[in-house]
Design a protein around this ligand. Structure first.
Ligand SMILES: Cc1cc2nc3c(=O)[nH]c(=O)nc-3n(C[C@H](O)[C@H](O)[C@H](O)COP(=O)(O)O)c2cc1C
Ligand SMILES: [Mn+2]
Length: 521
């Protein structure tokens, strides 16, 4: 079916009132419930595969967050699909559109020396918002209402999912894993899945390009680790955000929430952990101890084969009373993580533009599982400019792992894949405009001959001209403004119907675009 048709059938998005993001998982659940975005399931459901099938159907239908109150074999409720739609993602951040979160960051990134008093006051407010982002340490927090150590530690008490039939076991999928760089003491928070090995150990899936892995590699013998589960949604999101290594993800969380993250000292580790967590797993990893991790049905849509990864020993489980266990299922896209990725795409656009200012917008298609494809529009100013931007993407933070980059001109809507495809077809001479390069690739990419390293594809779909050695470039067909206005004015008179006219469908498509499947209502 024509996606534009879909779009015009889509009900208008209910208005959100901009507000402060929820401060913990429980107020988030309450908000979801008030907004009609959560369904409680009292039937007993098995975290072994059954939850996945339910969630996969729900996510692909754009359905609600699910709170399984009675997961089989556990007394802890299981929350899933909290991030599964654009609307919930916006609710999490307390914004109307994810671009509003980006605007807040852009405001700070683009700070200029103030001119005049009003500007100075505004500047001070911005500086204060940065100062207020630093986490604070409290004496106590609900995360430690229950403290289990020694033989009382039993991960089997939690409703940890075995997601897919070929998985090696149960995996904790939505943790915020906290470490400190042994050299500098700087904190890092990352989301890395943890395969349960027994009552008190898990694997730690630190891929080679990640900061958590770098902290681990910098240690001589043992590194302390804490995994926080069940946080306010913004803090959970920031664990997945690709920040430069020296920037603390909890600071970003504080900035985006407009309120510092509260921490408490760990019970058995010299690390601070979020005071509002539902569950915290404290422990350590010995540098030399590795285990076979996987297979795991991954966000690439394939099973990742078993590989050696470090072993995490749990020394304490601390919890809130009646702790809720959060989970996520990844798999063939679109899955729930699509919107975590889209949040990153939107939120990091200002930072990308800071480094490569000619970039107008970019889109990481969900079907490209975020590392396979990046579509980028640029203000083209000189011959070879598109190729310059390809190299810039291949040199920029985690975007450097991108396999294929498609560059279009500034007027092209990168979120409209049909429009992009049109220019890829129309503007490209493969012999001239396709660049095959090589470089680092995502840990999980199974296609390259060698793991981690292989081919890159750049497609320059911008308009060219004689200065790039082509024949004169033809003009694109556009109706004149005059006639467009005339027809707009007279549209009702023709009696064709409001839905068909006014360029409506095309324009509406110029909103954040996921795959067609995600647009199915
Ligand atoms: C649901 C989900 C699961 C993830 N699982 C892993 C994982 O198992 N291993 C990994 O290295 N990255 C994983 N990631 C990606 C990292 O969280 C992401 O790259 C993050 O930036 C890592 O933090 P760091 O840059 O501080 O290392 C996952 C992301 C999401 C959203
Ligand atoms: Mn980091």
């Amino acid at each position: 079916m024509d996606p534009r048709r879909h779009d015009s059938l889509r009900p208008p998005r209910r208005r959100l009132i901009a507000m402060t993001p929820p401060s913990d998982l429980r107020s988030w659940i309450a908000l979801l419930e008030r907004e009609g975005e959560l369904v409680r399931i009292s039937a007993e459901v098995d975290p072994h595969l059954e939850v996945t099938e339910i969630v996969d159907r729900t996510v692909k239908a754009g359905g609600p967050a699910l709170l399984f109150e009675n997961p089989k074999g556990s007394s802890h409720p299981l929350l899933i699909n909290q991030f599964g739609t654009e609307r919930r993602m916006c609710l999490a951040f307390g914004v109307e559109r994810l671009d509003d979160v980006a605007a807040k960051l852009e405001d700070v990134l683009e700070m200029q020396p103030p001119q005049g008093l009003v500007d100075k006051v505004r500047g001070l407010k911005k500086l204060k918002s940065i100062a207020d982002s630093l986490p604070q340490t409290a004496r106590r927090g609900p995360a430690q209402e229950v403290v289990l150590t020694g033989d009382d530690v039993d991960l089997g008490e939690l409703p940890i999912q075995t997601c897919w039939p070929g998985d090696a076991g149960a995996f904790i999928t939505l943790p915020a894993v906290i470490t400190k760089d042994p050299r500098t003491g700087t904190r890092n928070v990352g989301m890395y899945r943890m395969q349960v090995l027994d009552r008190a150990t898990t694997a730690m899936h630190w891929q080679i390009h990640k900061d958590g892995r770098a902290d681990y590699l910098a240690t001589d013998g043992r590194i302390e680790v804490a995994a926080a589960l069940g946080l306010d949604p913004v803090t959970t999101y920031t664990a997945s955000a690709p920040l430069p290594k020296h920037i603390d993800e909890l600071m970003l969380a504080g900035f985006l929430r407009g309120e510092p993250v509260q921490l408490v000292k760990g019970k058995t580790v010299d690390l601070e952990v979020p005071a509002n967590a539902e569950i915290v797993l404290e422990g350590y990893i010995d540098k030399e101890e590795l285990t076979a991790e996987g297979p795991f049905g991954d966000h690439t849509g394939f099973y990742t084969a078993a590989e050696p990864f470090p072993v995490f020993h749990v020394t304490a489980v601390t919890m809130r009373a009646g702790a809720i266990y959060p989970s996520i299922v990844v798999g063939k896209p679109p899955a729930e993580d699509a919107w975590l990725g889209k949040a990153t795409e939107r939120i990091f656009l200002p930072a990308v533009k800071m480094t490569v200012p000619e970039i107008v917008d970019y889109d990481l298609p969900v079907a490209g599982v975020f590392h396979n494809c990046c579509i980028v529009s640029i203000r083209k100013a000189f011959p070879g400019h598109a190729k310059k931007v390809m190299h810039a993407i291949w040199g920029l933070g985690m975007l450097s792992l991108t396999k294929a980059v498609v560059v279009v001109d500034e007027h092209v809507n990168v979120h409209d894949y049909e429009e992009v495809f049109f220019y890829v077809g129309a503007n490209v001479d493969p012999g001239r405009d396709v660049l095959i390069s090589e470089g680092p690739l995502d840990h999980l990419d199974h296609a390259p001959t060698h793991q981690f390293f292989g081919g890159k594809l750049g497609i320059d779909a911008t308009a060219k001209g004689p200065e790039e050695g082509t024949r004169p470039w033809p003009e694109e067909i556009e109706m004149s403004d005059e006639i467009r206005e005339l027809v707009g004015r007279r549209w009702e008179e023709y009696g064709i119907g409001a839905d068909t006219g006014q360029n409506g469908a095309r324009k509406r498509l110029r909103t954040l675009n996921l795959s067609r499947a995600m647009r199915r209502e």
